[in-house]
Design a protein around this ligand. Sequence first.
Ligand SMILES: [Zn+2]
Length: 168
Amino acid sequence: MLKGGGRHGAGEVIAVDRNYVPMQEVSRRRALCAVVAGRAHVLNPATFERHGNLEGRLELIIFPHAQACSDSKLLLGRLERRVLRRDHYLCQYEGCQRKATTVDHVVPLCQGGSTTWQNLVGCCLSCNQSKGGRTPEQAGMILKRQPKGPRAHLFERFEELLKRASAA
Ligand SMILES: [Zn+2]
């Protein structure tokens, strides 16, 4: 496996599915392979037109047969580890500098909270225990930031790319 560059893959190509929904970021090399193999097409981000020019900037490709998998599929397995990684292994409660060693349900399961990215944060044991089965409001605790889904930054990059392309 090749190691990716930056955490947010700034140099990577955004791949969209047949509905132009961003699916994932792929390396330039993988994008080229998919295009050459006929599984994907290069898209002009300004017009969404397909083109065969592989010389120019490669920023967006379409997999015309793919459909972006649902978040729930991405969640299977290793959810806790991925939540901790997303939160940089730091406790997500304001005023706490400890390492996150546990994963906390922001809205507790016993109050109807779900096991989803948006409801899970990295948390140190001490905060987790003092919060107990309460919401942050009930416990008088504040989150450092709102937890986001795994593909939030991909959607942000996609928006930026379209904005940049239409301004050019
Ligand atoms: Zn803490």
